[in-house]
Design a protein. Structure first.
Lengths: 298, 313
């Protein structure tokens, strides 16, 4: 037998026979747990730093060595007030919400319709149309920036919600996940509905959608988070402070000298990330499964 | 692919029924087109047309404003590909993207192997490690700018503890790019680890048992069984990470703005700069086409690799 203490790569399902715990074995476990803690700390520390620094007083933020644990009685909540007033954050919130919610609703509606068509409707060149969809995934976001700006400009949509939202409504990834899910539904369900004389829109609405709720929820959440985090397109297509979204607002706080008061900048950043962290906390299972679906299903 | 059965498979003797079926089928074809039309239209206008339009603009010299777009042929490509500055941008992008990809793969695989052990709390750590991947990039930029602060930064303190002098990171042209690589790896590593973990959990257990009976060490098991079996995952992760890092923008915009000098001007920042700061549509278009071709070749390589794997399996 190999030395039992080294990192075992065997899958957890193949449990090795019970062994007497040796000193070396115990040491190995301790090392593994230390590594586990290290991974968690590295992942969480910058987020902790962001939040804890957002309540530090100005002198506290700009001192060395830094203060790791600002005590509640020293908390500088004025950072949040200052941040709120440093840019039109109320307006940025509204813009971000409109962009994320309306954009997601539109994208998922478009995605559901095409996913249903690919899963349940006959068409001679269906494979060709499907390849056209997959091909669109090959076009990187950076490549479309300038042409899409010009298209939006020619439509007169620069600095408007339409310009912000419409170019992102086409959907490949969400459509693909929804189609994959719909293909797993039993055909009998739609056949039975057809015998009952239901049209396709009716079948989609009252049979397929209720059966696809978890997958729809997954793609909706992912789409919301991605739009909330979106940076470059809102930066380009909006031209006035009142049309910016939250992430772009963080760039607006930067002066020629860079960021001046990090306490205020961290407070503003908390405005931006808190909704994402809350959604992740509530729906981490769907988010992780959905975002890594390309790897396991591709 | 099609899930409905084809009723016309049987020879239809009833001509009236056949006609009705043909009409129904035509209706279904039209309905298919109606259902995919919005999506196809959007992708055509906002995904496919931009490639064509970039290709056209790359052959012109245009300031994004004037009425005429003078045709200059391949001059933009010739100029850029013989310009040391642009070649520097390409090289920098390869270093940046390659650095992120290699470190994410090695680190992500190590974290996945760790999370695959029977340890209490590993699911919580898995979720925690994934979280940076979904945190808003712009906010990641602001907090890491503070962490990398040359005077008050957390990194300065942590490096000081192990006896190292902290560089000035984002204000030092030698350290800004490595600093950005660290930030992107931090953001990406948990995502990569979760994908590898799924790969590890689908490994055939009997293979390991057989090898163990033969007396193979844990390292041999990893090198001879785990690593080869994970190679499709590795290829997928590599392609996704390369494509993602080629387009990295938000964190660069917040942390460096392509600077100091052009120390962090990658291809995506270059495209943005040429299009929206220098208003040179020709050069921006040419750079976009160059990026498109590079990423297309990388994706094609992955597709071929996957096909070969499936063939030999």
């Amino acid at each position: 037998m190999s030395t039992a203490t080294t990192v075992s790569t065997s899958p957890t399902t193949a449990a090795p026979a019970e062994r007497k715990p040796t000193a070396g074995h115990v040491l190995g476990r301790v090392v593994l747990y230390l590594l586990l803690v290290l991974v968690a700390v590295v992942a969480i520390l910058p987020v902790y730093w962001l939040i804890s620094s957002s309540v530090k007083q100005s002198g506290d933020v700009h001192q060395f060595p830094p203060n790791w644990f600002p005590m509640p009685w020293t908390w500088e909540l004025r950072n949040y007030v200052d941040a709120w007033n440093a840019a039109p954050f109320g307006r940025l919130y509204i813009n971000s919400i409109v962009f994320a919610v309306v954009g997601t609703a539109g994208e998922i509606a478009v995605a559901i319709l095409s996913a249903y068509a690919f899963a349940f409707l006959r068409f001679p060149a269906k494979n060709v149309v499907f390849m056209v969809f997959l091909g669109a995934m090959m076009v990187p976001g950076t490549v479309v920036l300038m042409p899409n700006y010009l298209t939006v400009a020619s439509l007169g949509w620069v600095n408007s919600y339409a310009g912000l939202i419409v170019p992102g409504l086409g959907s490949v990834f969400a459509m693909f996940l929804l189609r994959q899910h719909m293909l797993t539904l039993p055909v009998e369900v739609t056949e039975a509905a057809k015998v009952d004389g239901a049209g396709h829109l009716r079948i989609l609405w009252s049979v397929i959608l209720p059966m696809s709720r978890p997958m729809v929820a997954t793609v909706v959440i992912i789409s919301l988070v991605q739009r909330w985090n979106e940076f470059i397109w809102p930066l380009i297509v909006t031209t006035t402070d009142t049309m910016r979204t939250l992430p772009v607002g963080l760039l607006m706080l930067k002066s020629d000298e860079g960021y001046v008061n990090y306490g205020v900048v961290m407070a503003a950043s908390v405005f931006v990330v808190v909704p994402v962290l809350v959604v992740f906390f509530l729906a981490q299972r769907q988010i992780i499964a959905g975002l890594t679906a390309g790897a396991t299903k591709g | 692919m099609t899930t409905t059965t084809h009723p016309d498979a049987a020879t239809g003797r009833d001509d009236g029924g056949a006609a009705a079926r043909a009409a129904a089928r035509r209706r279904e074809y039209l309905l298919f087109l109606a259902f995919v039309a919005p999506n196809v239209l959007l992708l055509a206008v906002f995904s496919y047309w931009p490639v064509v339009y970039n290709g056209y603009l790359s052959l012109t010299s245009w300031d994004l404003l004037s009425e005429f777009k003078p045709f200059v042929g391949l001059a933009n490509y010739v100029d850029m590909l013989s310009d040391p500055d642009f070649l520097g941008v390409l090289l920098r992008t390869v270093v940046f993207s390659g650095g992120i990809t290699v470190i994410s793969i090695v680190g992500g695989m190590a974290v996945a192997v760790l999370l695959n052990q029977k340890l209490v709390g590993r699911n919580l750590v898995r979720t925690t490690a994934f979280a940076p991947y979904i945190v808003t990039g712009a906010a990641v930029g602001t907090v890491w700018l503070y962490i990398f602060h040359p005077e008050f930064g957390l990194m300065k303190q942590l490096l000081g503890i192990v006896g190292l002098t902290s560089p000035a990171w984002m204000s030092d042209s030698a350290w800004a790019l490595p600093g950005l690589i660290i930030v992107y790896v931090w953001k990406n590593l948990g995502f990569v680890a979760v994908i590898y973990l799924a790969g590890l959990q689908s490994m055939p257990a009997d293979l390991y048992e057989a090898a163990k009976i033969d007396g193979a060490s844990a390292w041999t098991l990893f090198r001879r069984i785990t690593l080869p079996l994970l190679s499709p995952v590795t290829f997928f992760v590599a392609v996704v990470t390369v494509i993602g890092s080629f387009q990295a923008f938000d964190i660069i915009a917040i942390m460096t703005g392509g600077g100091p000098g052009d120390a962090t001007t990658t291809l995506s920042w270059f495209i943005y700069q040429e299009a929206f700061q220098a208003f040179d549509a020709g050069r921006a278009g040419a750079a976009a086409i160059i990026m498109f071709v590079i990423l297309l070749l990388i994706t094609a390589a992955q597709t071929r690799f996957m096909e070969r794997r499936v063939h030999y399996r």
